[in-house]
Design a protein around this ligand. Structure first.
Ligand SMILES: [Zn+2]
Length: 308
């Protein structure tokens, strides 16, 4: 018998505020955010530092979750190859962006069975009915959407801000190195793919678009509107401390994400200002050009009404 009643999947490009959103959701009693869950099998165990500060191998919470899910070494070795097949843009396209077609695929069925063993284990070990997965990848949103218990929050942040953020170096204490810094072209493509996959999914499955600036300006209203679009009720209210702050929830064990996940104390919600001064002058026109094109390719109306 499954334990998880609702999964919220956060999709979006990198650097779009998913760590902020998952921390707000985690503050709601009965909700458990786990960061970028796919890092569980994508990253070597010794490369993961949980947001509680423990190295993955020494993290009691994750040891219990993996055991509760019945995942052994063979399962964790099976997942990268299986994911490498099904969690691909081309694979979703070959299924003609059809959830019915995806659901009928035995490899997708196997992938989903393993994902829900994990979600159920997270729900049981944390005592939560709602699990938040911030893996962000667009193809993963499509695979998880095959199950009606999954609703998708798509984070939208202005493409210029996202690309500038990708080009600014930030240290990640979780990985012990500078965060990845990718070329403008790759950052623009990542943004476009995330946007396209979410817009297409919104035609056939509940997807709500959350605008990063709007979330930071009026977090309660932005979150309430998005959840209403999805028809999702949180098991408890986020622990608001006023209009722009929440008390972080206990037992936050986020596998991977923005370094902000290591912060303690009240979570102040404020839009991160992007720092163009850290971008080489010669690169700035390219970023403006790419962002302008992406804004044209993604008018807000490209998001259909969520299907209930
Ligand atoms: Zn932990």
């Amino acid at each position: 018998m499954g334990a998880v009643k609702q999964v919220i999947y956060i999709s979006g490009s990198g650097r779009s505020g998913s760590t902020l959103l998952e921390r707000i959701l985690h503050s709601a009693p009965g909700a458990c955010s786990v960061g970028e869950l796919h890092c569980l099998w994508r990253l070597p165990a010794d490369a993961i530092t949980c947001s509680c500060g423990a190295p993955f191998a020494a993290d009691d919470r994750w040891r219990r979750i993996v055991a509760e899910a019945g995942f052994d070494r063979a399962t964790l070795e099976e997942l990268p190859a299986l994911e490498g097949t099904v969690c691909r843009s081309g694979f979703i396209a070959r299924h003609r962006f059809s959830l019915d077609s995806l659901r009928a695929d035995p490899q997708v069925q196997r992938f989903l069975a393993l994902q829900f063993r994990l979600f159920d284990a997270i729900a049981r070990v944390s005592g939560s009915s709602l699990v938040v997965d911030s893996s962000k990848a667009g193809p993963r949103a499509w695979l998880l959407a095959c199950d009606p218990r999954v609703a998708v929050l798509h984070l939208h942040r202005d493409p210029a801000d996202v690309i500038v953020s990708w080009r600014s170096v930030k240290f990640d204490p979780g990985l012990g190195t500078a965060m990845q810094r990718i070329p403008v072209r790759a950052a623009a493509l990542d943004w476009w793919k995330a946007d396209r996959f979410a817009a297409l999914l919104a035609r056939v499955h509940p997807v709500a678009r959350v605008d990063y600036q709007e979330l930071c300006r009026a977090p309660r209203a932005a979150l309430a509107a998005a959840l209403a679009t999805l028809g999702v009720t949180l098991p408890g209210e986020p622990q608001w401390l006023g209009p722009d702050a929440v008390e972080p929830g206990d037992n936050y064990h986020s596998l991977n994400g923005n370094p902000d996940r290591f912060d303690n104390g009240p979570l102040r919600i404020a839009a991160r200002r992007v720092d163009w001064s850290r971008i080489a002058a010669a690169e700035r026109p390219l970023i403006r050009l790419a962002a302008g094109a992406l804004r044209v390719l993604s008018p807000r109306k490209s998001f259909g009404q969520a299907v209930r």
